[in-house]
Write a protein that binds this ligand. Structure first.
Ligand code: ATP
Length: 251
């Protein structure tokens, strides 16, 4: 496999906005790439393109080297785990039923499913009693752990994470950041992660991709963005983020 995810000259327009504008980007196997940029710059749309939830008007999207097309979308989706900020769990299903939905649909063996659920609960450190609860009866952090279990259930090659920790309070977020990074390293998945937070992007990855108005402005490590900004916008963005973290302390 040469690339886990590849965008080649991808453009996607909504009726009133060009959300993604001629983007080319690769995520290599086992690599974590962090997508960052101001609100509305096209990060979530890029993830939706990789998940096949929206189709590009121009260009191609490849997952594990296969171009996404209407006739292979379902098959390729099983190679993708997708987690969104709110978790996206079905509220009327228990945690375990959410986790196992796709596996049951694919008629995986009951024993295989049970074994996989306990492996994953251990991996994401979810207490077993939480599995029988409905999403509304779980904490935000537990809901994201369940979402992650669901995303990992079919052992996908690729993980798409859209602000998976964005809705959590700082302590829970910090703990989950540590757990997630350990998990990525252990599983060696290819991960495309969206975050608003530069510190989080730098924590997860040496490969940060900064977007603005649908385009990639710069890619590199946090140090690259500071030491060799491609344009003034990069410095302004980094500075604004630093401001966010320090201004309150200075006040
Ligand atoms: N379903 C939609 N219909 C119409 N326009 C949309 C739709 N989804 C997104 N857009 C527009 O496309 C652009 C990119 O949106 P997108 O959600 O990809 O950005 P984002 O960087 O993920 O933003 P945020 O950080 O706020 O989540 C924005 O101008 C947005 O208003």
């Amino acid at each position: 496999m040469s690339s886990a995810i590849a965008f080649e000259h991808v453009t996607h327009r909504y009726p009133h906005a060009v959300a993604v504008d001629d983007v080319s980007l690769r995520v290599e196997p086992g690599e974590t790439v962090a997508l960052i940029g101001p609100s509305g710059c096209g990060k979530s749309t890029l993830l939706k393109l990789a998940a096949g939830l929206v189709r590009p008007q121009q260009g191609s999207v490849f997952v594990t080297d296969r171009a996404l097309a209407p006739d292979n979308l379902l098959e390729i989706r099983h190679r993708i785990g997708y987690v969104i900020q709110s978790g996206g769990l079905f509220p009327h299903l228990s945690a375990v039923d959410n986790v196992t939905l796709a596996a049951r649909f694919l008629k995986r063996e009951r024993q295989w499913i049970a074994t996989r659920v306990s492996e994953l609960a251990e991996l994401v450190q979810l207490p077993l009693d939480a599995l029988d609860r409905f999403p509304n009866n779980l904490s935000g952090g537990q809901r994201q752990r369940v979402s992650l279990m669901r995303a990992l259930m079919l052992d996908p090659a690729v993980l798409l994470l859209d602000e998976p920790l964005g809705a959590l309070d700082p302590m829970v977020r910090h703990g989950l950041q540590e757990d997630l990074r350990r998990l990525f390293q252990r599983l060696r998945k290819s991960v495309l992660l969206v975050t608003h937070d530069m510190a989080e992007a730098a924590f997860f990855s040496q490969h940060i991709v900064l977007m603005r108005e649908g385009k990639i402005v710069q890619r590199g490590s946090y140090r690259d963005l500071i030491d060799a900004p491609a344009e003034q916008f990069v410095s302004d963005f980094v500075k604004a983020q630093r401001g966010l973290h320090t201004e309150a302390l200075d006040a």
